[in-house]
Design a protein around this ligand. Structure first.
Ligand code: SAM
Length: 366
């Protein structure tokens, strides 16, 4: 078995890759023929695959808009954004690599996608970190490919491999959609769900607190931006509430980094008759425009770790997208350090509501 250190890879860049990607590099001799990589978390993986051997080609799918954009710069690889990219139906692959996602339900969907991409007699490889739950995921793998066996433990990961995998065509992300009716301040909306999306089983408590403040102190504007929109519940509910109050109904644009969120937000808007443009973006980079109101229940996780860097970046960037006098309304876990950051980057900040766990902040651009 080839060792990572013995390979010709520049060590520093390999070490900055996620552990699962390093474990695949160590085992890249397993890759045969055309390769599909599902759930790529860093575009730096691709140039590290066979840097001195014959070029590996294939498909690289990421459900993260920023990673997907970076994947587009790699020759010999077809980049795909998430589970509904039209390129997913174009070819079959001799090796399909599944990187373990955080949610078990997403693993089930990702494995179904893997089977639909498999050529006849393909090889399926599952790579995941122990702390992300690879041990528990093996039951799911063996349910579809009982011949799978462990081939390596490296970089805190396990690598599992199954040969003679037969394709199961016909993957459609719509088959994985679910619906949930949520209600706040007496106004219901139907919210779409997909495996791996935030708060698939109902309205998040922080989001509920935010929506309650929007019914008590409404944001009166024709256009609103919902940053980190998830399944689109905020935009759909705001419009439904305004209609229920016979108020002018705002258009609520929405942005999220995750493919499933974009798919669900579009479905949620369509089912509730909501208006607004839904865009995939990593933070506000690449977003054009000024809004009189920006609302958010922003992220504080990256994978399984607490990570406030995305929201800190958002707070740095948000003023550029707020009209003069425009309002930022944000809910967050009260222990997170956002009040000081809002003050620093936007100005005077009020706490509109606190419930012991969450705080809703409001600030206006001077
Ligand atoms: C706390 S959830 C809120 C979802 C939704 N607004 C709600 O209230 O149900 C945070 C969302 O941020 C998204 N997210 C994470 N990192 C992001 C980034 N860099 N840019 C945009 N959205 C991001 C996640 O995909 C997730 O949908």
């Amino acid at each position: 078995m080839q060792s990572l250190v013995a390979s010709n890879l520049p060590d520093a860049s390999v070490k900055s890759l996620p552990n699962s990607h390093q474990a695949l590099l160590k085992n890249q001799h397993l890759l045969i023929g055309r390769v599909a990589l599902l759930g790529v978390a860093s575009a730096h993986l691709l140039p590290e695959l066979s840097p001195s051997g014959p070029a590996i080609s294939g498909l690289a799918m990421s459900e993260h808009a920023g990673v997907f954009r970076a994947l587009g710069h790699q020759e010999t690889w077809q980049a795909c954004f998430g589970y509904d990219d039209p390129a997913l139906t174009q070819n079959r692959y001799d090796s399909v690599v599944v990187f373990l996602p955080k949610a078990r339900s997403e693993l089930e969907m990702r494995l179904a996608l893997a089977l639909s991409l498999a050529a006849d007699n393909a090889r399926l490889i599952l790579v995941g970190e122990k702390k992300e739950g690879i041990a528990g995921a093996i039951k799911q793998l063996k349910a579809i490919v009982p011949q799978a066996s462990k081939v390596d433990s490296a970089r805190h990961c396990q690598v599992w491999c199954a040969d003679a995998v037969e394709p199961v065509p016909g993957f459609q992300v719509q088959d994985w959609l679910s619906w949930d009716r949520v209600e706040c301040a007496g106004v219901p909306v139907d919210v779409a769900g997909l495996p791996g999306i935030f708060s698939q089983d109902g309205l998040d408590k922080g989001t509920r607190l935010l929506l309650e403040t929007l019914s008590e102190q409404p944001a009166g504007a024709e256009r609103i931006l919902d940053f980190a929109c998830g399944a689109g519940v905020i935009g759909a509910w705001v419009q439904a509430w305004q209609a229920s109050q016979k108020r002018a109904v705002a258009s609520v644009d929405a942005v999220d980094v995750q493919s499933q969120a974009i798919i669900c937000a579009r479905e949620t808007y369509q089912r509730n008759g909501a208006a607004g443009t839904i865009s995939a973006s990593d933070g506000l980079t690449g977003m054009e425009g000024l809004w009189p109101v920006i609302i958010s229940n922003p992220p504080f996780h990256s994978g399984v770790k607490t990570d406030t860097s995305m929201t800190e970046q958002f707070l740095q960037d948000v003023k550029r997208h707020l009209q003069p006098g425009g309002e930022l309304r944000l809910v967050a876990n009260s222990f997170l350090p956002y009040e000081a950051l809002i003050k620093r980057y936007i100005g005077r900040v009020e706490r509109l509501r606190e419930d012991g766990r969450f705080t809703v902040y409001r600030a206006f651009r001077g």
